[in-house]
Design a protein. Structure first.
Length: 256
């Protein structure tokens, strides 16, 4: 595993973000940790014994100017960025009837717009080295939905689409842009479906195979009734053995 990387982590003061900070520091990487609270970041630094490779700065990732200041801080402290982990998240529960535009904008701003702004701010510090990683944390809730988190699920679904499209841009420079469902991933891929969705996919596959078998066995004619012509198309239920509705894989060998 690479060491000595410069890693920027949002939402770093707690939860998954704090675990990422500890993991990268243990790997002898330099970490630039950001969150909305200076006090929470100070507690994180104290917990890690004021590690010299940890630099903290409070920032609001939904604000463009704040992201620009964070990028300038990273440039001053390290001169470059190798890994960006967008881990910050805001996921309140709220019924759709009670949801106001301000509530919607706040959740979208942190969970989706914040990812965009952080990539825009940090990408210039990542270019020109032929290697880099951008990790955007997604959510498995986008597959089945959550009744009281329509804004959050919409944002995380947007993160997946954004990450896939971004990979087509930054991938040309050797940077991967994976989007994950509550866990890191080494490659860009859709998170594993839920058990309910897996059952539905299995049923759909069985139905497709059954329908294909019925189509093949729908009708069979004696070899003498098949025209000695090259078949051009196939229908599910042909009523007459004509050249227009015969199928090559069902025609007798002596007619081909």
């Amino acid at each position: 595993m690479k060491q000595g990387r410069i890693v920027v982590i949002t939402g770093a003061a707690g939860g998954m973000g704090a675990l990422f900070v500890e993991r990268f520091l243990a790997n002898r990487d330099t970490v630039i940790a950001t969150d909305t609270s200076e006090e929470a970041l100070a507690k994180l630094a104290n917990k890690l014994d004021e590690d010299a490779r940890l630099h903290t700065m409070a920032a609001d990732i939904s604000d463009e100017a704040s992201c620009a200041r964070l990028a300038a801080f990273a440039r001053d402290k390290a001169g470059r960025v190798d890994v960006l982990i967008n881990c910050a998240g805001f996921f309140p529960t709220q019924s759709f009837d009670e949801m106001a535009l301000a509530d919607w904008n706040k959740v979208i701003g942190i969970n989706l717009t914040g990812v965009f702004l952080m990539v825009k701010a940090m990408l210039p510090l990542m270019k020109g080295r032929g290697w880099g990683r951008i990790v955007n944390i997604g959510s498995g809730s986008m597959f089945d939905g959550v009744a009281e988190q329509t804004h959050y699920v919409a944002a995380k679904t947007g993160v997946l689409g954004f990450s896939r499209s971004l990979a087509r841009v930054v991938g040309k420079e050797g940077k991967a842009s994976p989007s994950t469902s509550s866990r890191p991933a080494s490659r860009l891929r859709q998170p594993s479906p839920s058990p309910c969705r897996r059952r539905w996919l299995r049923r759909r596959s069985r139905r497709a195979r059954s329908n294909a078998t019925r189509r093949v066995k729908t009708w069979s004619a004696p070899s003498s009734s098949w025209p000695h012509l090259t078949p051009t198309s196939c229908r599910d239920k042909p009523s007459m053995p004509t050249a227009a509705n015969t199928c090559s894989e069902r025609a007798p060998k002596d007619t081909i």
